[in-house]
Design a protein around this ligand. Structure first.
Ligand code: P6P
Length: 335
């Protein structure tokens, strides 16, 4: 069968032997994420028609107004994973603390923990701009059959066994890695099937797109200001093109396909940056590296950072390797 007709289900079956610790558990986990993504996608696609956009009236642990679809997406992914008893713990941007998943017999023999941002960029929902789901999967560190502890979640990103995102854009795509390259699947909404549309995705060594919210320029450090001025100089392949959607998954996905860099730096108002290490930066970093790109906090490889808390934020530079390296040079120069 040629790649382009292969479904995500067939891909998972064909590759489950290469999924680490291939007990079939990871394959079932990826499969469940696929199901939840289709359910959330269906709700997003009709968001403008029913009263499901807008704020849910709650403030999440991030201090951000929870959008109704945030809460809905969080519930769908949680329920889908818990009902199938294929994870022993879940951490989510929308949950103050991690969720211990008890097996039906109160003994949970599963070995995977999942961390997610169920609906990233949700503030864009009301203005009909792309949003996304981001997920990151690890094997637990504590003994099988015992309740998970915070140690199972505070693992460095290099321990990830799988990571991916769902981009709810002009089409719905699921892009993920299990450590053996990056593959993209596009949903055919007519039949609810994801097809392998982007096999073995690779990001260009360098690019001409930079994605950053330049409105905060005055709040950035000297190094970041100098890098932005570099991007806009008329020299060689510059000035670069500025593209910033305000939705990490959408900006990251475009740069993965065309080459480019996404930066959410530290600033006066966000001293540790805005993006969360566990369920935004680490999964995107795993994908970036597997596609030949790079991801750092401006100084240190993201996947080498040992987390100290569940919702920890870090500055985030990711995309084409040479562009990330150049940004790091400016950060080092003005450190
Ligand atoms: P700002 C969305 O809230 C998000 O986490 C990312 O998806 C996005 O890139 C960033 O924040 C946008 O933040 O401060 O530019 O609105």
């Amino acid at each position: 069968m040629t790649n382009k007709h292969k479904t995500l289900g067939e891909f998972i079956i064909e590759n489950q032997q290469s999924f680490q610790y291939s007990s079939g558990e990871l394959a079932r986990l990826i499969n469940s994420i696929r199901l939840a993504a289709k359910v959330v996608n269906h709700e997003i696609r009709k968001a403008g028609l029913v009263d499901i956009t807008g704020a849910a009236g709650e403030i999440n642990v991030q201090g951000e107004a929870q959008q109704k679809l945030d809460v809905y997406a969080n519930d769908i992914f949680k329920e889908t994973l818990i009902n199938r008893e294929i994870v022993c713990g879940i951490a989510s941007e929308e949950e103050d603390d991690f969720v211990i998943v008890e097996g039906s017999n109160k003994k949970n023999e599963n070995n995977y923990v999942l961390m997610m941002d169920p609906l990233d960029g949700s503030s864009n929902i009301d203005v009909n701009v792309s949003v996304g789901t981001i997920f990151s999967i690890y094997r637990r560190l504590t003994p099988t059959g015992t309740p998970v502890t915070i140690d199972d979640f505070l693992q460095p990103g290099r321990n990830q066994v799988a990571a991916g995102y769902v981009a709810y854009g002009t089409s719905t795509m699921m892009v993920f890695t299990t450590g053996d390259g990056v593959n993209g699947f596009t949903l055919n909404p007519a039949i609810g099937t994801f097809y392998l549309s982007h096999p073995n995705m690779k990001i260009k060594e360098t690019g001409k797109i930079y994605s950053i919210s330049e409105g905060y320029y005055a709040h950035f450090g000297k190094g970041m200001q100098a890098y932005l001025n570099y991007c806009k100089e008329e020299e060689g392949d510059r000035p670069y093109t500025a593209r910033y959607i305000g939705s990490l998954v959408a900006d990251f996905h475009r740069n993965l396909l065309k080459g480019g860099i996404y930066i959410y730096p530290r600033s006066k108002t966000a001293p540790n940056g805005k993006l969360r290490l566990l369920y935004e930066c680490n999964p995107m970093a795993f994908i970036a590296e597997q596609a030949g790109g790079k991801a750092s906090d401006g100084f240190t490889r993201v996947m080498d950072i040992v987390p100290t808390e569940l919702h920890q934020r870090i500055p985030f530079h990711t995309g084409s390797k040479q562009m990330v390296i150049k940004s790091e040079e400016f950060m080092a120069k003005y450190k």
